[in-house]
Every structure is written in structure tokens, then in C-alpha cells.
Design a protein around this ligand. Structure first.
Ligand code: GLU
Length: 464
């Protein structure tokens, strides 16, 4: 028997800028599609006009394109099962809603908001959960434009399904209700549209967050009413903030995804980080290339336990991927990030400076902060005490005769520390502060060598 081709969709709503959580869903879908030689479908779920944010759809395309997540079918790409934007499929939803109405599986909702509120209160007084079906009208009005249409859940039974991550799952009739399928504005609800589209687009796997688990019985009962087979559900683990909050926030380092581009994170590092938020391949491996992820990713290895969004881990992974680049590759990626003051210097010098921070760089927007003193005299607040000023004076004497190769600088300064009877680390720190204005810099001898004799001597003279 031939296995049918995997078709998995990413179905974002353009209600805000893409954040890491949404992108993780897209990435999982894409990796799984590639792993299985299947198709990835991008569907834009824009049926809630009141929550739509201008530019959000373009932001989705741009984010995914930046990360190299490619879809095989979608609004901008076309495909056999389009259109792929829900707002362009309204007649399709209408057709199925009318079919359910004719079959007696849907009815017009005649109630005002006030009436529904009263039902809610009645349920509360009776200490029962509010279910609309308890107030289902005996003789609903004929449906007409402007009235919401509700699904009439036909069978109050227990549903069982196999979640590809969580295994056997079930829910009883308490999770079934008469939900709205067409709203008064003529648009479908998410609950209705996702079922129609997943079926018509021949989706085999649906990856969703935990918040959808409670709705799955509703979808299953709708699939059943329509005589369709439901796709496989796979529930992704939650992502919690590192600061303990349930919802990821800016405080956790969670930003609209393209801001990471501005900050100089590499797409491969973002993908590595997001892919391992709730997934592992059963080994201790932390650093993955995209090809490795495509080869190894399966839905079955998604975790049930929540994952933690730890920005320090992203920084670590980004640093690790930066170190894997050749200096040449890093240099070409770095061009937008150089400080203004570096513009007067040639490529050779800038590249040499970059070489000195390559090991330590966590993201590219750190470049100005880490390199500024190579291009311009620092605003130096370092004030040596008498003893340190004496050391700096002796340093000047010694450096006057140096050819400024790293070896010669090292020899001279180590000898000086012996002469002065001071630990090398102590002496070097004073020199470093005098020359760079900071306690952290690349190795001292490389730094002095790169800055060159004139600059170094002039800076020490200014301080000492
Ligand atoms: N449009 C939904 C959202 O963005 C997608 C949910 C789903 O994947 O079915 O939240």
C-alpha cells in the first residue's frame, strides 16, 4: 500500500507581527514536510477582520523567507488547492454552511447578546458550565443574511483520537457544543473554516498549540457530520518564558522575529534555537545545521513537557554558528553593522579587527560596542593611581623600541612585569584600560599590534 504524501500546513492569522512561537510552528511544519518529502502549505487565516493588522501578511512572508522556510503552496505561490487566503474562500465556506443547514445540521441563531448573557447567568446559577446547546431554540427562524449560523452538534458522545505527540486522547460530550460556523458578517469562524480548508486542501497533519486541544472534539464532530476523515493532530509543547511567566514577553527576549535580523542573529541559529524548543533527537547534540534538522526532525520526537525560551541559549547558539563561519563569510555578513567611525578604514583593517572578536561575538549588532576603540579614541574614564601611572610610564619607555609585532610586544611587557615585580595580569589590565578604555578587549598583544605604535603611544601618554 503506498503511503499518501504528507501535507502539512502553517496557518497563521495576520493579527500581529510574527513572534518566535508562530515561527516555531512554521519551522516544525517545514522540517517535517522536508523530512517526509511532503508538502508544506501556507494558508493565511484572515477571517477576523476586526483583529487584522496591516502589513502582517507581508511580515509573515518576509519572516519565513529570511529564515529560509519555504512553502510549496500558498497565496503568493498558488497550487492546486487554492485560494490560500481564507478571505478569498468565502463562497466555499458559505456552500458548506448551506449544506449543513439543509441537512438539519445547522440553524440560525436567533438570540441577542443580552439573551445569551441571560443563559450564561442561568447556567451559572445552576452551577453548570454554560453550553449553548442547552438553550438550543425549538423552532429557529429561517436563516437569512446577518444572522449567525450555528452547527447543531448531532451526537453527544465521547471522542477518541490519537495525537501524534500525546498519544491516545479523549474527551466526553461536555466538550461539544453548538458553535457558530458563519458569523453575522458572513465570514466563517476559525472553528469552521479550518475544518473545511484542512479537508479540501488534503492536509494530513495539523500541528497546533495546546490551547486547541479542548476544541478538537468539536472539529471531530464536524468532520463526522460532513462525512470526512479528520487529519492527524499533533500538539506542540508550550513555550514558557524564562522569567517564569506563562506568556512569552519582551522581558524574556521574545521580539517580533525580524528584529532578530536587525540585531544580527543568523537564520541558522534562530532555526536551531526554535527547532530545539520542545524537540530533540534523543542525543545531547545542541548545534544543528539546517540539513541535520531536516534529516532528523520527526513529529514523534516532539516533547509533551513545556519548553523554556532562554535568550542566553539563543545567544550561545548564535555565537557557536558565528564561530563556524570563515572570517571572510562573517565579514560579508557584517557590513551593515560597522560603526560610523570605521568608514575611514580599509577592508583589511576592519577584517583584522573582526578576526579579533570573531570568537567572542554573539550577534552582529555587538560589533560597534566591541570594536569602536579600534577606530576612534575612547572616552576614557580610567584614572590610574600613582603606582599605575608609574607602570604606564615604564610601558611607554619599553614600547618606544618595539617593532610592535605580537611576539615583541609580549616579550617586552612580560619582562616589564618581572622588573616591576607585579603580576602580568595586573600590569596588562592597566595597559588595556589605558589604551581601550575598557576592562574587556581581545588579547592585549593582538590589540596593540592592530592599533599600531602611534595610536598606542599617544593614548598611553594621554592617560599617564
Ligand atoms: N490561525 C490560527 C492562529 O494563527 C492557526 C491555528 C491552527 O493552526 O489551526 O492562531
Amino acid at each position: 500500500m503506498s503511503k499518501s504524501k504528507i501535507r502539512i500546513r502553517y496557518a497563521p492569522s495576520p493579527t500581529g507581527l510574527q513572534h518566535p512561537g508562530g515561527v516555531r510552528t512554521a519551522l516544525f511544519a517545514w522540517l517535517y514536510a522536508r523530512h517526509e518529502n511532503g508538502d508544506m502549505i501556507l494558508r493565511i487565516e484572515d477571517t477576523d477582520k476586526s483583529r487584522e493588522v496591516e502589513g502582517a501578511t507581508e511580515y509573515i512572508y518576509e519572516s519565513l523567507a529570511w529564515l529560509g522556510i519555504e512553502w510549496d503552496e500558498g497565496p503568493d505561490k498558488g497550487g492546486e488547492y487554492g485560494p490560500y487566503k481564507q478571505s478569498e474562500r468565502l463562497d466555499i465556506y458559505r456552500q458548506y454552511a448551506m449544506q449543513l443547514l439543509e441537512q438539519g445540521l445547522a440553524y440560525a441563531d436567533p438570540y441577542t447578546n443580552e439573551e445569551v448573557q441571560q443563559f450564561r447567568e442561568q447556567s451559572q446559577e445552576a452551577s453548570k458550565p454554560f453550553l449553548f446547546r442547552d438553550y438550543r431554540p425549538d423552532s429557529p427562524p429561517e436563516w437569512k443574511e446577518g444572522l449567525p449560523l450555528r452547527f447543531k452538534v448531532p451526537d453527544l458522545k465521547t471522542y477518541e483520537w490519537e495525537d501524534a505527540v500525546r498519544g491516545q486522547s479523549k474527551a466526553g460530550p461536555e466538550s461539544l457544543d453548538d458553535f457558530i460556523i458563519l458569523k453575522s458578517d458572513g465570514y466563517p469562524t476559525y472553528n469552521f473554516a479550518n475544518v473545511i480548508d484542512d479537508h479540501l486542501m488534503k492536509i494530513t497533519h495539523v500541528l497546533r498549540g495546546e490551547e486547541y486541544i479542548a476544541s478538537i472534539p468539536k472539529y471531530l464532530s464536524l468532520y463526522e457530520a460532513l462525512g470526512w476523515e479528520a487529519p492527524i493532530n499533533a500538539t506542540m509543547p508550550l513555550v514558557l518564558g524564562s522569567t517564569g511567566g506563562k506568556k512569552l514577553s519582551k522581558r524574556d527576549g521574545s521580539l517580533p522575529i525580524l528584529e532578530y535580523r536587525t540585531l544580527g542573529y543568523l537564520p541558522v541559529a534562530i532555526n536551531n534555537f526554535l527547532a530545539t524548543l520542545g524537540w530533540n533527537d534523543g542525543t545531547e547534540q545542541e548545534i544543528y545545521t539546517i540539513d541535520e534538522l531536516k534529516n532528523k526532525f520527526t513529529i514523534e520526537r516532539l516533547q509533551k513537557a513545556p519548553a523554556r525560551f532562554d535568550i542566553e541559549r539563543l545567544n550561545y547558539l548564535n555565537g557557536a554558528h558565528i564561530r563556524k563561519l570563515s572570517l571572510q563569510e562573517l565579514y560579508s555578513l557584517s557590513s551593515p553593522y560597522w560603526p560610523e567611525s570605521s568608514k575611514d578604514y580599509d577592508d583589511g583593517y576592519r577584517q583584522k579587527v573582526l578576526g579579533l572578536i570573531h570568537e567572542r561575538l554573539k550577534f552582529l549588532s555587538e560589533i560597534p560596542e566591541l570594536t569602536e576603540f579600534f577606530f576612534t579614541d575612547p572616552e576614557n574614564t580610567f584614572q590610574p593611581n600613582e603606582e599605575q601611572a608609574e607602570w604606564l610610564g615604564r610601558t611607554l619607555n619599553s614600547l618606544e623600541g618595539s617593532d610592535f609585532t605580537e611576539d615583541d610586544l609580549e616579550n617586552r611587557l612580560r619582562n616589564l612585569s618581572i622588573e616591576l615585580e607585579v603580576k602580568p595580569g595586573k600590569l596588562f589590565m592597566v595597559i588595556r584600560q589605558a589604551v581601550t578604555g575598557s576592562k574587556v578587549s581581545p588579547g592585549l598583544f593582538e590589540t596593540l599590534n592592530t592599533l599600531g605604535k602611534d595610536t598606542v603611544i599617544q593614548r598611553i601618554k594621554t592617560i599617564a
